[in-house]
Design a protein around this ligand. Structure first.
Ligand code: NDP
Length: 511
């Protein structure tokens, strides 16, 4: 299987001759490969968004410059065009934001009845819905992800989180944590760049519903949607200080989590930084939740419905350019169907459209930063150097911006770096197995434990696999499904604590 699969591709994707060879060798006509009928461009208009030249920090309900006047630039990763100058928060700004959050906690938000807090959360949720197109366009521009994902996934799910936790705000007594569970105080929250608005919603909504106030630090490369959310907080007349947004770099995040006025720390990002945060706050009494990396196995058995499994594999690793902590980055496919599944997968990948994130037909957008592109490039080169076979469909990469073609490695062994390390890009490593026991052993052969997928028509096998696989979330005959009512999180090097559902409230209550 793998030899044949390799002969089909492995060409440099920017080389049109090689790309053509790949296409014809795949046995597809150009039309079947998605190259025959060009879609007309269908760009979403940028007009709905007005990006300011410069943004301040959101502290105590107002936008203001950083005390030291420092700024950094945020760019559009699809074009490298500068978008805006953004304030870089330093220690004095962190002090101000934490003091504002403390004051709001003690005098306004903490004492406020849950039924009143709920009204603000509902209002934020509704405004997010009303301004969803604006958010979707802004997120695509600042992050590089396709508009169809921001429009259909990020923004609706962010609004859904606020709606969901608004419903809990006046029912905390009945959440199963005993009568009158108390909030923790000020939450310091640090989020990554892969789902900027959604991660902000995952952090803010449960914290606010439980009666905490927040200091949020968005990622350096994607600050704009968090700043627009701050505007939404103003629009919703959220009392000043309840939500504060401090833009900046890693040092800003480190200062937020280490601040003595912070009672609770919530972090999503790399395992490396998660460990540094855990060390920095050890012994401080701060409550901590960490949502870190992953190297999930997506396991396809020989009785799986192939069409659905192919869609699940594609969604598992190529959704959001693979910048997903729970991405199905290791495909474990039963040996007897491996050749067929890889063939079908390659045919499907040839139809994916890579390009302008604002085009409604785009499937694969830009890589979020040059740094991330370098990491993906380096790990993919390591895959080749270690002997795995590399394949990409024919696709032309735009000249400007950060781009990486969807890539599949076959002939991968468990010791390869591409089978062990989180690549966080559109790169799939294919391994095979013969028996369910072998599938479980290989799936669990990772220091992570965030998510997994299983594809089979046998319900009993799904349940057996779900019990055996060490992962916080196991999807069966689907992948990358999220719902605010469903807890999400991992263990081992994927972190601890849960976000979403009733469990997500526990992280923000003194229980
Ligand atoms: P980081 O973990 O460095 O960044 C996540 C957030 O933490 C950002 O807001 C970052 O700020 C901030 N931060 C950085 N250093 C510190 C610190 N010492 N204390 C507190 N906060 C800090 O991820 P990267 O963006 O650097 O990505 C590196 C790798 O991490 C990726 O290649 C990917 O493999 C993995 N990753 C995993 C994610 C996941 O959800 N599992 C999400 C993002 C990345 P700033 O943006 O300014 O650096």
């Amino acid at each position: 299987m793998t030899d044949k699969a390799t002969r089909r591709g492995g060409a440099a994707v920017s080389d049109p001759k090689a790309a053509g060879a790949t296409s014809s060798a795949s046995g597809l006509t150009p039309a079947q490969a998605g190259k025959g009928w060009e879609y007309a461009p269908a760009p979403e208009s940028r007009e709905i968004v007005s990006i300011a030249g410069e943004y301040g920090l959101f502290v105590n309900g107002e936008f203001e410059p950083a005390k030291k006047g420092q700024t950094f630039l945020t760019i559009n990763p699809a074009t490298e065009e500068p978008l805006a100058k953004v304030a870089m928060a330093g220690p004095a700004d962190v002090d101000r934001a934490v003091a504002a959050a403390r004051d709001a906690y003690e005098h306004v938000w903490g004492p406020m009845p849950g039924s009143e807090r709920a009204k603000y959360l509902y209002r934020i949720a509704r405004i997010l819905q009303e301004r969803s197109r604006e958010f979707a366009v802004l997120e695509s521009i600042d992050n590089g992800k396709p508009i169809k994902e921001t429009r259909d996934v990020d923004i609706p799910l962010a609004a859904a989180h606020f709606f969901y936790y608004a419903g809990w705000a006046d029912k905390l007594d009945y959440a199963g944590f005993g009568p009158r569970p108390r909030p923790l105080g000020v939450a310091g929250q640090v989020i990554p760049w892969n789902f900027p608005l959604l991660m902000a919603a995952w952090k803010l909504a449960p914290a606010l519903a439980a009666g905490n106030t927040c200091v949020l630090k968005p990622a350096e490369t994607t600050p704009l949607s968090a700043l627009l959310l701050a505007e939404v907080c103003q629009q919703a007349e959220l009392p000043p200080g309840v939500v504060n947004v401090l833009t900046g770099a890693g040092e800003t995040g480190a200062a937020v989590v280490a601040h003595p006025g912070v009672n609770k720390v919530a972090f999503t990002g790399s395992t490396e930084v998660g460990i540094a945060i855990a060390e920095a706050i050890a012994g401080s009494g701060k409550k901590l939740t960490l949502e870190l990396g992953g190297k999930a196995a997506n396991v396809v058995f020989d009785d799986a419905p192939v069409d659905q499994a192919i869609e699940g594999i594609v969604n598992g690793i190529f959704f959001n350019q693979g910048h997903v902590c729970c991405a199905g980055s290791r495909l474990l496919v039963q040996e007897s169907v491996a050749e067929h599944v890889v063939d079908r997968l390659q045919q499907r990948l040839a139809t994916l459209r890579l390009g302008d994130p604002l085009d409604k037909n785009t499937d694969i957008g830009a890589i979020n930063s040059r740094q991330q592109l370098d990491k993906i490039t380096e790990l993919s080169a390591a895959g080749e150097a270690e002997g795995a076979r590399r394949w990409s469909p024919p696709c032309e990469l735009p000249k400007k911006g950060f781009w990486f073609a969807p890539t599949v490695f076959t002939g991968v062994s468990q010791s390869h770096r591409i089978a062990r390390e989180e690549i966080f890009g559109p790169v799939l490593s294919v391994l095979t197995f013969r028996t369910p026991e072998e599938a479980v052993t290989k799936a669990n052969n990772t220091p992570y434990g965030l998510s997994a997928g299983v594809w089979t028509e046998k319900g009993s096998r799904i349940l057996w696999m779900a019990q055996k696989m060490r992962a916080g979330v196991v999807w069966a005959n689907t992948y990358n499904r999220f719902d605010p009512a469903s807890p999400f999180g991992g263990y081992r090097e994927s972190g601890f604590g849960r976000e979403g559902g009733r469990h997500g409230l526990a992280a923000y209550l003194d229980v």
